[in-house]
Design a protein around this ligand. Structure first.
Ligand code: NAG
Ligand code: NAG
Ligand code: NAG
Ligand code: NAG
Ligand code: NAG
Ligand code: NAG
Ligand code: NAG
Ligand code: NAG
Ligand code: NAG
Ligand code: NAG
Ligand code: NAG
Ligand code: NAG
Length: 433
């Protein structure tokens, strides 16, 4: 149908209005000084009308430029904005300076913080040599400096967002966290947090911490020294797929119920992932004496190579450095139901004496009493609080060639687990095939 002339004109003028409403901000750069104050001033400048660069805008860090992010950068609420990192960004090399900002009372929680809004895209360069965030983390790792370390990126309180093509090189510690955000797509990001010094471990370099609702993580590549992705408390409908994780502590859910907290995690799917040379592949962790619920969590189609604990569930976590396990018989536990581990294949690292680089105490923080190192699955459950925790279709070998094993205690769960529930050989039951 042909619209009448006036309607076509109206349509045309609204298109023009839309086009002209899109503003572009090229982030200015000055060699040798902090680029954050100038950007912050521009973002808060409303002389061009409220929200000049904070709605319907593109904010561009130019290619072939190395920006000095020498103080924390806080984006105000953004609506319909794309932030494009075409050039490199770099943290200060001065550790004391970073620590002062992180320890300050007005610190917003990350070195780069997004404080809400809708339809926000954060993208990196497609050029592999550009668009890197350089954290200078090696300087911290080399001296085991762990005081007042920053999170990299807090993508907080955003409704409708994308994080894509970002690249992070040697972050100081944790990378991305998405607290309070909903409807996110996070894809094709790269995190390289491997240490160049075998005796300097990249502690707490978690890749992604998902916290919120309806978030999809796809095709991300992570080499690091802590969780590849961790689903944190108060999260629903989170998917991770087609990922690669190396050196990491796995595809994790938790920790839930610390200090009796009432936690909630529901509907989580991890699928099609490669776990290479990691401590865990799939992990669930809640604290002794916790509360709340974790339900409908599936890990499936996981290839694991050289992994110490391919599948590990504990409802009895406590800080082993603070003494013996507390007696939890009179308090609640985080209730877990419908946890499924399906289609896992690979090799268990059972090399005698081998330790993950994060092991700096005796026993290690990940020590499991009575484990042989050959377990492909460990279910450490709490009586009366776990139902339908199932492993199906597991195929494993050990690096030494010994048969694979399992740990499970029939007094802790009354539903079938998919294998003979015992501390001993791994023997799948009819449910487990
Ligand atoms: C704010 O923007 C106006 C218009 O572009 C410009 O004239 C003014 O110098 C800016 N103020 C600051 C503090 O950047
Ligand atoms: C960046 O520099 C390279 C090499 O000098 C050049 O080919 C390229 O066009 C530049 N890119 C931009 C966006 O300026
Ligand atoms: C989202 O924001 C971008 C600009 O970053 C804009 O082009 C696009 O139209 C917006 N989408 C919606 C659905 O408003
Ligand atoms: C590092 O930062 C601290 C704190 O701001 C400052 O006192 C010190 O002079 C800086 N060191 C160097 C080498 O710039
Ligand atoms: C997100 O919203 C909560 C609740 O209003 C607020 O406490 C928190 O500071 C916000 N986070 C960010 C990063 O803005
Ligand atoms: C993924 O990111 C890389 C750069 O890190 C880029 O070369 C590639 O084109 C991106 N892929 C897609 C599908 O966007
Ligand atoms: C950007 O940073 C990466 C990673 O540190 C580096 O390999 C690359 O050479 C840098 N690119 C430029 C243009 O400085
Ligand atoms: C989670 O997904 C379900 C099914 O798609 C939907 O009904 C529910 O509203 C979602 N939860 C949230 C908090 O968006
Ligand atoms: C697996 O990880 C090891 C150790 O980090 C590395 O040397 C190897 O290249 C990785 N394999 C693949 C296929 O990426
Ligand atoms: C778990 O998933 C099942 C099947 O999809 C659904 O019926 C049930 O409501 C879900 N439970 C929770 C707590 O979300
Ligand atoms: C245990 O959980 C029940 C039901 O959720 C709740 O009513 C009770 O307050 C909890 N007890 C403790 C000690 O947290
Ligand atoms: C370890 O095995 C010993 C001997 O079978 C048993 O007494 C002990 O309770 C086990 N410890 C744990 C934590 O399962």
């Amino acid at each position: 149908m042909r619209p009448p002339q006036t309607q076509r004109l109206l349509l045309l003028s609204s298109l023009v209005a839309l086009a002209s409403a899109q503003t572009t901000l090229i982030v200015p750069h000055t060699d040798g000084s902090d680029d954050v104050p100038a950007l912050t001033a521009l973002l808060s400048n409303t002389s061009n009308g409220p929200g000049s660069y904070t709605s319907e805008a593109s904010i561009i860090f130019s290619a072939n430029t190395t920006y000095n992010v020498w103080s924390p950068l806080v984006f105000p609420e953004l609506n319909d904005v794309e932030v494009r990192i075409e050039g490199n960004l770099t943290y200060p090399e001065n550790i004391t300076l970073v620590q002062e900002y992180v320890g300050a009372s007005n610190y917003m929680g990350a070195w780069i913080t997004f404080t809400g809004g809708k339809n926000v895209t954060l993208s990196g360069s497609r050029d592999p040599t550009q668009g890197w965030m350089n954290g200078n983390g090696q300087l911290w790792w080399d001296i085991a400096q762990q005081t007042n370390r920053p999170y990299g990126w807090l993508f907080g309180n955003i409704t409708g967002g994308v994080i894509r093509n970002l690249k992070v090189y040697k972050p100081i510690a944790w990378n991305f966290i998405t607290t309070g955000s909903t409807d996110l797509l996070v894809y094709n990001n790269t995190i390289l947090a491997g240490s160049s010094n075998a005796s300097a471990y990249p502690f707490n370099t978690d890749g992604f911490v998902a916290q919120g609702n309806n978030q999809v993580y796809e095709s991300n590549y992570v080499v690091n020294g802590d969780d590849c992705i961790r689903i944190a408390d108060q999260s629903m409908n989170i998917t991770w797929r087609n990922g690669y994780c190396e050196g990491s502590h796995g595809l994790s859910v938790g920790s839930l119920g610390a200090s009796g907290a009432d936690s909630m995690i529901m509907n989580v799917l991890f699928e099609n992932s490669i776990m290479n040379h990691t401590l865990y592949a799939a992990r669930f962790k809640s604290w002794t004496g916790g509360n709340g619920i974790a339900a409908n969590i599936t890990w499936r189609n996981v290839l694991f190579n050289d992994v110490m604990f391919p599948i590990y569930v504990t409802q009895n976590y406590w800080d082993q450095s603070l003494g013996p396990k507390p007696n939890a018989s009179n308090v609640n536990e985080t209730h877990i139901s419908n946890l499924l581990f399906e289609n896992f294949a690979g090799s268990v690292n059972d090399i005698p004496g081998y330790q993950d680089g994060s092991c700096v105490s005796d026993p290690c923080w990940y020590y499991v009493a009575n484990a042989t190192g050959k377990e492909v699955v460990i279910f450490d459950l709490y009586p009366g609080s776990a139902t339908n925790v199932v492993a199906q279709n597991l195929f494993g070998t050990t690096v030494t060639g010994a048969p694979i094993a399992a740990m499970c205690n029939t007094s802790t769960i009354s539903t079938e687990v998919g294998f003979v529930c015992q501390d001993g050989p791994y023997i799948p039951t009819s449910l487990g095939w």
